[in-house]
Design a protein around this ligand. Structure first.
Ligand code: CO
Length: 145
């Protein structure tokens, strides 16, 4: 298993509209996507990127807002009413090899591998096994950022 670069930081927010305005107006980030619903995950999602150096993509923040009362991040927002850092996501070239690697390390994987907000296979690892961080692993073809 070869871990790639950090793909994005997931930030949960009570208001998607306010979160987008914050990243755009205060942080100078570019809004990459309009918010879209992922009903099967119980979240509304939007991506913003830091501008980055000339010719680079910058760094991505994934904004997530609870969608519906049974959203898996409703509890997170209840504990963090102002919003907060929710997860970190690392790239790998081979999702199955990564899954096997973390399983062999005794790390708890939360649910099946599935297609994430970026349209590529992902899985999540239990924060208590990952230095307190909910960790997303995303398959990203080499050079595809
Ligand atoms: Co994510």
């Amino acid at each position: 298993m070869k871990l790639g670069r950090l793909n994005h930081v997931g930030v949960a927010a009570p208001s998607m509209q306010d979160a987008i305005a914050y990243y755009r107006d205060v942080m100078g980030a570019r809004v990459i996507t309009d918010p879209f619903d992922m009903p099967e995950q119980g979240v509304k999602v939007a991506f913003v990127n830091t501008p980055g150096e000339a010719g680079t993509a910058g760094t991505q923040i994934e904004l997530i807002e609870p969608l519906g009362e049974t959203s898996p991040i409703a509890g997170f927002i209840a504990k963090n009413p102002a919003g907060g850092q929710h997860h970190v996501c690392y790239e790998v070239e081979d999702i199955e090899a990564a899954r096997d690697w973390f399983t062999a390390q005794g790390k708890r994987i939360l649910g099946p591998t599935r297609i994430g907000a970026h349209g590529t296979p992902i899985f999540f690892l239990h924060p208590k096994d990952m230095l307190g961080q909910l960790t997303e692993i995303m398959e990203t073809p080499r050079g595809d950022h």
